[in-house]
Design a binder for this molecule. Structure first.
Ligand SMILES: [Zn+2]
Length: 303
């Protein structure tokens, strides 16, 4: 025991790690509000697409914040459904951004079906970890589950990491007077500690009991900023002597830079660039993640 007073997790935009030492399990719970709202603000998407993007942000923060590394963890879906492009990035230290694209014609053809399976279609979930310093990037690929991102990520952990995992993810729109529509997301994961045999864990009484408790977790608990994260953990795991670690803040972060775009543009000849400028002679590029528009007058670029 230490004498350091415990600081409760904030209402949102945090991840809170915890341990269930008596049963050899660990986990984390998170909630996004301002971060998910900002990350989604740059993307005009139909609501089902926004929901999947908000859930993917939560998933990447859940996975990325568990790694001790300098770099980036990305969650991507690749499918043949209307949601044909989705990528979310978690940067070490708590930064998050995301981008998704929905083919409007294909989406209309599905009868605007909001179900995850019809939105993403058949495809794969890719989890990529890039470390700073040039180490070889790691990528894990699993088939997308028709049951959603959480089910897909459970498969990823079972196949790629041999770790028994239970995951819940929720996202929902929120309407605040004067501020328009925002998005919240919440997620929780319970996982065996590395080294435990996945088959042994899954058949243990403790695992099955914890799994049952996790199934009682409601979306509204994950999303309601009036429900403290510690109260959720206490409700579910007070019999298991749950121990929390300090929460970590999450924030919106985009790594785009005008100079990087300029360098790319400058690698082309004036002739190759001649069709790009607007009528006023300025090339405008837009960052797909944050919506920032960068302006480069053509005469400042090529010789
Ligand atoms: Zn950006």
């Amino acid at each position: 025991m230490t004498d350091t007073p415990y600081t409760p997790a904030p209402a949102a935009d945090f991840v809170l790690p915890f341990d269930l030492p008596d049963v050899g399990l660990r986990g984390r719970i998170l909630r996004l509000d301002a971060v998910s709202t900002r990350a989604l603000a740059a993307h005009p998407l139909p609501e089902p697409g926004q929901r999947v993007l908000a859930e993917a942000l939560a998933l990447s923060a859940l996975l990325g914040s568990a790694l001790r590394f300098e770099g980036r963890l990305s969650v991507q879906t690749r499918g043949d459904g209307p949601l044909n492009m989705l990528v979310t990035d978690y940067y070490a230290g708590g930064g998050l951004r995301g981008y998704a694209r929905v083919d409007e014609e294909k989406f209309a053809a599905t009868g605007s079906n909001a179900a995850f399976a019809s939105l993403v279609g058949t495809g794969a979930l890719a989890i990529t970890i890039e470390q700073k310093g040039g180490a070889q990037p790691y990528q894990g690929l699993v088939p997308l589950s028709p049951d959603g991102l959480a089910a897909s990520a459970e498969t990823y952990f079972a196949q790629s990491e041999q770790l028994a995992t239970i995951l819940k993810i929720a996202a929902g729109p929120i309407y605040r007077s004067g501020e328009g529509k925002g998005w919240r997301a919440g997620a929780m994961m319970v996982q065996a500690v590395p080294g435990a045999k996945i088959g042994d864990i899954r058949t243990s009484d403790d695992w099955q009991r914890v799994n049952l408790f996790m199934q009682t977790l409601e979306d509204v608990e994950l999303l309601d900023t009036d429900v403290p994260a510690e109260s959720i953990l206490w409700r579910l795991f007070h019999e298991d002597d749950v121990r929390v670690q300090p929460s970590q803040p999450l924030r919106f972060q985009c790594t785009c830079e005008a100079e990087r775009v300029r360098t790319v543009l400058q690698s082309y000849s004036k002739d190759a660039l001649k069709d790009l400028p607007d009528p006023d002679g300025v090339i405008r590029t837009r960052c797909e993640f944050c919506g920032s528009v960068y302006e480069f007058p053509l005469e400042t670029l090529a010789d």
